[in-house]
Ligand binder design. Sequence first.
Ligand code: ASP
Ligand code: MG
Length: 416
Amino acid sequence: MKVFKFGGASIKNAQAIRNMCEIVSNHKEAKLLVVVSAMGKSTNNLELLLEERTNETASDKNLANLLEFHVSICEDLFPTDHDIFNYLKNQISELKVALQSPADYNEIYDQVVSKGELISSNIITAYLNHCGTSSLWVDAREYVRTDNNFREGHVDWKLTEELIRHDIESLALSNVLVTQGFIGRAQNGLTTTLGREGSDFSAAIFASCLSAESVTVWKDVPGILNGDPKLVKDAILFDELPYQEAAEMTYYGATVIHPKTIKPLANKGIPLHVKSFDHPSEPGTLIHDCKLKENQPPTIIIKNDQCLISFKVIDFTFVNEDNLSLIFKTLSDNNIKINIMQNSAISFSIVIDNDTSKIQKLVLSLKDHFDIRYNNGLQLITLKNYQQETLDSYRNNEKILLEQISRKNYRALINP
Ligand code: ASP
Ligand code: MG
């Protein structure tokens, strides 16, 4: 079995969908499972509907826009009497009902936002069949099982593997299978999501449970580059990378692959190709079991919208294990991930992704124990496997607030 994953950009309009379906058709001889994200920016637009709901400014306008976005793509792809148009109307009616639910916000979030993937996968399946590539729509929720943790469901690997192994491979004998990334089903039967941008992870879940031959993630970049081409001049394409190196890159903030994707594949030795959907015959980057090249160019990873928080002890003691453990416990309870940390005698500093509501909770929990200061809008730069020349060019910057250097990596927090 092979697993392909297509993200929002690869199916953002009718032309992109034609291109995507051509790539799939060219591989239909292999047993193939295709995992798709929501089209274009649909997930953000669904989040907007939820925001309106909490602000009580809910209007039908954005709902109508979402319908119109999908309808206009389908008008380009299908004859006017195709069933897909009724399907779309029904989905939007269901969305309207879901938005009015009195349930807990996170629960509603997942019921609403998952519609993006449900709709896109239905359109893609219908279009593949329309073009003569026999395809079957697979409901990912029947297979990817999670706990009841909405918005970041934790996968029940044992059950998921059992369900996937039971029928996916045989279904793939006569059809290309099309399923949704990003979504699963909770123990209570409701839809869960796996965290924003989680479709890569879904592809890895299916691949791992199937012991697939390979996974290919089709992107709008030629593969994995040593820096975001929008931010780094003359970015270099890696032809191959070891799993460990790719996983570390995602830890430091490289967004090309979702951070949870590599581990399940590495555990089973499943190769991961990252390829361009615009140039499908180019080799892209292969992440697999190999050695890091000796002359590997440095990777430059830039994480924006960072928040530096400092906890200063207030009782003339020093930073010690007791007050650190209190800070770590509170971070863990609030699901906050530290991107970098540093301490002095009387102050402990962390850098985290800016998330106002999480920061407020953190400050509220710890304000009686520390003098807390924070500073937003910062940029965290990581130079992985740096060379002297790149290092010198980045260190010469008076806007650095904090820096750390080891033999391999250099990291700096900058007030841009
Ligand atoms: N559609 C979801 C998102 O935008 C999942 C994904 O794209 O991977 O976050
Ligand atoms: Mg996406």
